[in-house]
Design a binder for this molecule. Structure first.
Ligand SMILES: Cc1cc2nc3c(=O)[nH]c(=O)nc-3n(C[C@H](O)[C@H](O)[C@H](O)COP(=O)(O)OP(=O)(O)OC[C@H]3O[C@@H](n4cnc5c(N)ncnc54)[C@H](O)[C@@H]3O)c2cc1C
Ligand SMILES: *[C@@H]1O[C@H](CO)[C@@H](O)[C@H](O)[C@H]1NC(C)=O
Ligand SMILES: *[C@@H]1O[C@H](CO)[C@@H](O)[C@H](O)[C@H]1NC(C)=O
Ligand SMILES: *[C@@H]1O[C@H](CO)[C@@H](O)[C@H](O)[C@H]1NC(C)=O
Ligand SMILES: *[C@@H]1O[C@H](CO)[C@@H](O)[C@H](O)[C@H]1NC(C)=O
Ligand SMILES: *[C@@H]1O[C@H](CO)[C@@H](O)[C@H](O)[C@H]1NC(C)=O
Ligand SMILES: *[C@@H]1O[C@H](CO)[C@@H](O)[C@H](O)[C@H]1NC(C)=O
Ligand SMILES: *[C@@H]1O[C@H](CO)[C@@H](O)[C@H](O)[C@H]1NC(C)=O
Ligand SMILES: *[C@@H]1O[C@H](CO)[C@@H](O)[C@H](O)[C@H]1NC(C)=O
Ligand SMILES: *[C@@H]1O[C@H](CO)[C@@H](O)[C@H](O)[C@H]1NC(C)=O
Ligand SMILES: *[C@@H]1O[C@H](CO)[C@@H](O)[C@H](O)[C@H]1NC(C)=O
Length: 656
């Protein structure tokens, strides 16, 4: 009675449930079932949590309960069955949605929860404690959440909270943030949040989640930290695999492969940038991580490419991956490295997360301890230091972008409107492997120009004997700004190094700023040799000298007309001007426009066809979906449009 249609699966679940019902309260009997995991002792390279797997052997053991026929446990159907299912005209067009007859019953979810060792969590939107109808109303807790709504450290601890809640549909905000522009009454509904999350602690649970989602045609979401700017870690009516607590880490003083001998770390899926830098410091080495302190290293960051304050000397994080453990769409747990499943290994290094599988750990190279010098300053325009002088200051800086990046320097800075003034903060310039004396010597000519211009700034320049401490002081925790939209572009070296083109670029950036956008920029390069690394990193990354982001922010009281126009200008008016100056370039998928036109080309360039072929090979049924991820063009979001033009995650996911 192997299930071929979701409906017959349900019948079998209900049958098995009836069989088990008498033993529900009996811990001893139920505890037989979590023996659905087994210790695999043959591979010393796995974390303990990775040794708890569903295997064919486990399925045999469970046959006496008939549990091996449950969708949670069975692996993907054999190829001929798959072909049958795909060619069946009555195959559902949309993922099963709550309320559909095929949606698992409460009893089925209870059974899944037993199999999942009590790790299943029914979603309760975080801000629901501001709304009496959710039964946990607390004005004091609501007040506290309202003031901490931009605090990622707090919100990461919630299974479904995400940064880009705007694309979730903003259906449950602290009441003070319920935006006037939505034209909707203040209320709290689940909207684009997943229905259920699994707070996973082992590989078997992840395999079960994938199997349940695949066999019951449910939308599957993976949330790590929820930082994603494109809301890829949420989805209406979905089952969510929450990886945050997979925090294991292992250091290898000498890790050997055919191409590498040296220090390395194996990192669990939940490791964040701050964890990685702490671990590296403890071992007296350096790891490549982003500037954002609470970003997840192994999830969206590395799989999307991952730029770092060390990128100008070492390249991207995805360039230094040695091995990956991953649960694939058929429910199997596999190794991907240069020898085993090498196509998957290629795609998982820069091709985007949430697309090819659920990664449980990544082994990355570690680098020697590095001396680092950093510089921070703020500049605000005033009656004497005018906007024109400010932009002269910017031009003088960008004039030598090649010099700085070729020395291995990186900078990350913002230019924002504060009333009618410009506020510019050099969040940090980072000069790896550089002493303060060397740094001051390099920057001397620029400092002299700035003195002539009367730039009102007091830089803090500091040398550190290790990257971890430098990074920690250089990059204060950023806030989760939600009333915001962004778009971005890579400016390649040949555009920035040509004085005429550079002038046009600077005029165009200023133009966009003057029309209301804020600007965020990086001076960064990919060092020589990285373009020869055979992974899925966007080829446009290899030519970049400046990565620029434009972003608009608004107030909740702003009118719908204003916010809509702001959002449209970003995509249809302003970013096209940057594109026009950078033909053939692209942008970074993880820091891009949610509705990036022609995203396949922008995010992947010439590598798109190969990525799509790998996606089809490893996930023929479309178990994994993320907005603007490889293969997502076959799907559409059918929820309400936000601001009249942005798809929300707040509805059914259907095949086009
Ligand atoms: C404040 C801030 C600072 C940032 N700084 C940097 C930076 O310095 N450099 C840089 O390159 N980027 C930076 N980013 C962008 C960041 O890399 C992306 O937002 C990235 O997607 C975050 O990944 P996550 O796993 O933490 O987040 P999530 O939102 O939880 O996940 C992001 C995506 O990865 C998928 N995913 C998560 N875990 C897994 C897994 N184990 N297996 C498969 N798929 C998975 C999710 O489904 C989703 O599609 C920053 C973002 C923010 C908000
Ligand atoms: C909401 O805003 C009002 C008016 O500004 C303020 O008095 C109240 O404290 C705010 N509520 C919360 C929960 O922050
Ligand atoms: C958001 O973050 C900033 C900076 O940390 C902080 O000053 C502010 O109080 C926070 N809260 C709100 C509601 O903006
Ligand atoms: C953010 O939240 C964490 C965890 O609740 C807390 O420790 C920290 O103090 C908060 N940060 C700010 C700036 O309020
Ligand atoms: C998730 O699991 C971790 C580890 O067991 C636990 O500490 C945490 O409280 C859980 N969180 C939720 C919301 O269940
Ligand atoms: C820049 O201004 C911010 C406030 O926006 C402040 O927190 C920071 O310390 C300032 N940095 C420097 C280097 O002066
Ligand atoms: C501008 O310059 C004048 C003359 O030097 C000075 O008196 C004034 O304080 C300056 N204003 C600001 C805002 O720096
Ligand atoms: C650091 O600089 C020294 C010389 O100053 C050089 O030999 C070494 O290769 C550099 N290291 C890196 C990682 O660039
Ligand atoms: C890291 O650098 C700081 C500043 O130079 C120094 O105080 C600290 O002792 C260093 N720590 C390690 C572990 O090297
Ligand atoms: C939002 O409000 C602040 C303070 O009232 C104001 O300075 C800012 O210009 C407003 N922003 C927009 C985009 O309207
Ligand atoms: C949008 O762009 C148009 C044309 O450049 C401009 O007139 C309008 O003021 C802009 N509106 C907003 C809200 O940015």
């Amino acid at each position: 009675m192997a299930p071929t249609r979701p409906f017959s699966c349900l019948k079998s679940i209900v049958g098995i449930l009836a069989l088990l019902a008498p033993t529900y309260a009996d811990k001893a009997a139920v505890s037989d079932i979590p023996a659905a995991v087994e210790q695999v002792s043959t591979d010393p390279g796995l974390f303990e949590f990775e040794k708890l797997q569903l295997t064919d052997h486990v399925l045999d053991k469970l046959s006496k309960y008939q549990l091996n026929e449950l969708p949670a446990i069975s692996f993907a159907s054999p190829p001929q069955k798959l072909a049958e299912r795909q060619s069946n005209p009555s195959s559902p067009k949309c993922k099963t949605y709550p309320g559909d007859p095929e949606w698992p019953s409460e009893a089925a979810w209870r059974l899944f929860n037993i199999l999942l060792e009590d790790r299943l969590i029914k979603s309760v939107p975080e801000a629901s404690l501001c709304y009496p109808e959710w039964g946990q109303y607390s004005p004091a807790a609501c007040q506290a959440l309202t003031t901490q709504w931009n605090n990622s450290t707090l919100r990461i601890e919630n299974p479904t909270s995400i940064r880009s809640i705007i694309f979730q549909g903003m259906t449950c905000m602290p009441p003070n943030y319920t935006a006037a522009f939505l034209g909707r009454s203040v209320s709290c509904t689940i909207g684009g949040f997943p229905e259920y999350s699994i707070n996973v602690t082992n590989v078997a649970q992840i395999q079960m989640a994938v199997n349940i989602a695949r066999e019951l045609n449910l939308r599957l979401v993976i949330k790590n930290t929820g930082h994603d700017f494109g809301a890829k870690s949420t989805g209406g009516g979905a089952l969510n695999v929450w990886t945050h607590y997979l925090k294991d880490a292992q250091y290898y003083a000498e890790y050997k492969t055919d191409d590498y001998t040296g220090p390395a770390f194996k990192l669990g899926a939940g490791i964040q940038v701050l964890d990685a830098n702490r671990l590296a410091k403890e071992r007296g080495v350096t790891m490549i991580g982003g500037e954002g302190i609470t970003v997840g290293l192994v999830g969206g960051y590395i799989q999307g490419g991952g730029h770092s304050p060390l990128t100008s000397i070492y390249g991207l994080a995805a360039d230094h991956v040695l091995s990956i453990q991953v649960v694939t769409a058929d429910g199997h747990f596999v190794t991907a490295d240069s020898k085993t499943n090498s196509d998957l290994f290629w795609a998982l290094r820069g091709g985007g997360a949430g697309t090819f599988g659920i990664v449980t750990s990544i082994t990355v190279k570690a680098f020697p301890k590095l001396k680092v010098t950093t510089m921070r300053y703020n500049v605000t325009t005033n009656a004497n230091f005018t906007h024109d002088k400010f932009w002269e200051m910017q031009r003088a800086y960008v004039d030598d972008f090649e010099k700085y990046a070729d020395l291995g320097y990186y900078s990350y800075y913002r230019i924002r409107h504060v009333g009618t003034e410009i506020f510019h903060d050099m969040t940090s310039m980072v000069a790896p492997n550089t002493t303060e004396v060397e740094f001051r010597k390099t920057m001397g000519p620029l400092f002299n120009k700035w003195a002539e211009l009367g730039v009102p700034y007091t830089p803090i320049i500091k040398e550190y004997d290790n990257y971890s401490d430098a990074w920690y002081e250089a990059f204060p925790q950023e806030v989760w700004t939600w009333a915001m939209r962004q778009a971005s572009r890579f400016f390649p070296r040949d555009v920035i190094s040509d004085p005429t083109k550079r002038k046009t670029v600077m005029d165009t950036i200023r133009g966009v700023f003057d029309e209301g956008s804020h600007i965020l920029q990086f001076n960064i390069r990919n060092p020589p040799g990285t373009d020869a690394i055979d992974n899925a990193v966007n080829p446009a990354w290899r030519k970049v000298l400046m990565f620029a982001i434009m972003f608009v922010t608004w107030n909740v009281t702003d009118s719908p007309e204003f916010v809509n126009q702001f959002s449209r200008n970003l995509t249809y008016e302003w970013n096209p001007r940057w594109r026009a100056l950078t033909p053939g370039s692209g942008t970074y998928m993880s820091e891009s426009d949610y509705i990036e036109p022609n995203w396949q080309e922008s995010f992947h360039g010439s590598k798109y066809p190969k990525l799509l072929a790998i996606k089809k090979r490893w996930d023929p049924q479309g178990v994994f979906y993320a907005t603007n991820a490889v293969g997502s063009e076959e799907w559409q979001l059918t929820g309400d449009l936000i601001m009249g033009h942005l798809p929300s995650q707040n509805g059914r996911l259907c095949r086009k």
